[in-house]
Write a protein that binds this ligand. Structure first.
Ligand SMILES: [Zn+2]
Length: 324
């Protein structure tokens, strides 16, 4: 197969590993090329052996690689080959202000690999770990995020692109500078309760996650409802809902909130399942076109739309006053 290489266009090139392609594979049995040992001479072995995948790191920036020696020399079941592969797992990219982004490069990275990368970087002391202000992970099947994320105290951005992230550790709640937590599109079922105490955290979008129940300590100001389908509304949110009509507006109009159970308690002045909201005319028109489940249109007169819960006894009512 010869030699296969690929490399991303990086904003900064490390003096130790910048010349190494992100992915380098050489068939050293059938091809005249030898594996370019000199090219990877700046990588030190961290752990493992070459048959399973040996972890190596750049002695300058600490970025992790995985080296594999895969020998299958014409054993009778196939063509036979000897591949030597060196794949970059993570990169540290310097931004204009001198801070660093820790970014996954291989789609194979896992939570365990990220844990090892952070631990190893911390142990190297080549640069202080508090220069890392952004963490960006892109992977096929990442799984649980490791608690070592909490060891990156300067993080202001954590971005898990849709990568199969299943959980965040409680240590995320110790990142006092964290402003942007982008996790939408991942199958998380829960969030760390301590997130609510982070002073500069912006609203977290829960679009396309599996989260249906949130900690009471999270207020509406910290969570974006866009596309969020709540099955159970935490009690602590009630006051915010009633006080902030714009939240209800988003909730109703964006996705037809599939509410299967409303938390008991004083939702409004008249009845615990009686909400009154005021919407702009355009939003009210959208509501007329698409009534959110499980509600049905009961009446629509004189700028007042009344929705009743379908198929349920009791007084599940939303009264919408149209504001023009
Ligand atoms: Zn490097």
């Amino acid at each position: 197969m010869g030699r296969i290489t690929s490399a991303a266009n990086r904003p900064t090139v490390c003096s130790g590993c910048g010349a190494i392609p992100d992915y380098l594979q050489v068939d050293t049995l059938h091809e005249p090329d030898a594996f370019p040992t000199a090219l990877v001479a700046g990588l030190a072995v961290v752990s493992g052996d070459a048959w399973d995948g040996q972890r190596r790191r750049c002695v300058v920036c600490g970025a992790h690689f995985e080296y594999t020696y895969d020998h299958d020399s014409q054993s009778g079941v196939g063509y036979g080959y000897t591949d030597e592969t060196n794949e970059r797992l993570f990169a540290f990219e310097t931004r204009a202000d001198g801070t660093l982004t820790l970014r996954s490069v291989s789609m194979r990275v896992t939570g365990a690999m990220l844990r090892d990368q952070i631990r190893d970087r911390r142990a190297m002391h080549v640069e202080t770990i508090d220069r890392i202000t952004a963490l960006e992970i892109d992977a096929w099947s990442f799984g649980d995020a490791p608690p070592e994320i909490g060891d990156l105290p300067a993080l202001d951005l954590i971005w898990f692109k849709p990568c199969g992230l299943t959980s965040l550790p409680p240590s995320v709640s110790s990142l006092s500078r964290l402003a942007r937590l982008w996790i939408h599109g991942n199958p998380l079922t829960d969030l760390p309760t301590g997130l609510a105490s982070l002073p500069v955290l912006e609203p977290v979008s829960l679009a396309n996650t599996a989260i249906t129940r949130l900690p009471d300590t999270l207020t509406t100001g910290r969570v974006s409802f866009t596309s969020f389908e709540a099955n159970v509304v935490p009690p602590a949110w009630r006051a915010s809902f009633v006080a902030d009509y714009s939240e209800i507006l988003v909730w109703l109009s964006a996705h037809g909130a599939a509410i299967s159970q409303w938390d008991s308690g004083a939702w409004s002045h008249e009845d615990r399942y009686h909400l009154e909201v005021t919407l702009p005319g355009t939003e009210a028109n959208a509501l007329r076109r698409q009534v959110p489940q499980p509600f049905a249109m009961a009446s629509d007169t004189d700028g007042v739309i009344e929705l009743h819960a379908a198929g349920r006894a009791g007084a599940d009512v939303i009264v919408v006053r149209v504001r023009d």
